[in-house]
Design a protein around this ligand. Sequence first.
Ligand SMILES: C[S@@+](CC[C@H](N)C(=O)[O-])C[C@H]1O[C@@H](n2cnc3c(N)ncnc32)[C@H](O)[C@@H]1O
Length: 271
Amino acid sequence: MSNNSRMTPRERMVRVYDRTMRGSYQRRYYDNSGFFNFGYWALGATSQREASEALVDRLAAGIVGKPARLLDVACGLGASTKRLTLSFSPDTITAINISDAQIADARVRVPECDLRVMNATELGFPDNHFDAIICVEAAFHFDTREKFLREAYRVLKPGGALMLSDILFRPIPAFVSNAAQVPRANLVPNIMAYRARIAAAGFIDNEVVDATSDCLGGFRRNLSRWAGSEYRAGRMKLSRAIGTGLVGKLIAGYFGLTCKKYLLVSARKPS
Ligand SMILES: C[S@@+](CC[C@H](N)C(=O)[O-])C[C@H]1O[C@@H](n2cnc3c(N)ncnc32)[C@H](O)[C@@H]1O
């Protein structure tokens, strides 16, 4: 890969994710689960790992019956894919990510599934192929989200389900959206406009739930307190807990400033 200044936005994003997802602080916060999302805290999760599992379960609950083919888009290190194998047969699950390194990790975590390096906006699958698509907390990165929605529509069978969690960012300055790797075209102003974009891609039965408090809020609260609770449980030294706690509060504050809404989305391709 080229040096930092010559990298494309996509290369930069992959590098940032490859590094942060596998860093020691993140691995510890996520209890080595491989997850990297805000999680779903409404059902009483007591740790980030439980909340991240609950988020996948919440989305997977919208998939009716047993799909013959299920696609996990932007599967990260394969934790969402692994969670899906508790509900669906592993040989029915395909998972993709744009990063070779993340897919390599995912292959170790969940070798029984079909893992592929692929861009969510250029899905290398035939038309009408999948019964359901799930995408956990990644569509805001895709260049663009609309391209992904059109591709998801194309590869879904008639009647197939699309389930995603997604983020609406505030109208942030270009240097912040570039740093967060959120293309400007993905800065949708509100839920109504978001729903219109899902409908414009052809989907019906669109449900867009505002889960900002249950997902983003829970994550921010947990991250802000995590280092203190690790210290009180005797798992972190005081000096480390002070620094880690400060970083946690800064990250929680950053997401509070930049993220406007956290959405749980379900939609269907017409039969
Ligand atoms: C916030 S992480 C979520 C990872 C995982 N879904 C989870 O819940 O743990 C966002 C993921 O999106 C992936 N990603 C970003 N752009 C992508 C694209 N165009 N195609 C496929 N994956 C992409 C990143 O590599 C990263 O793994």
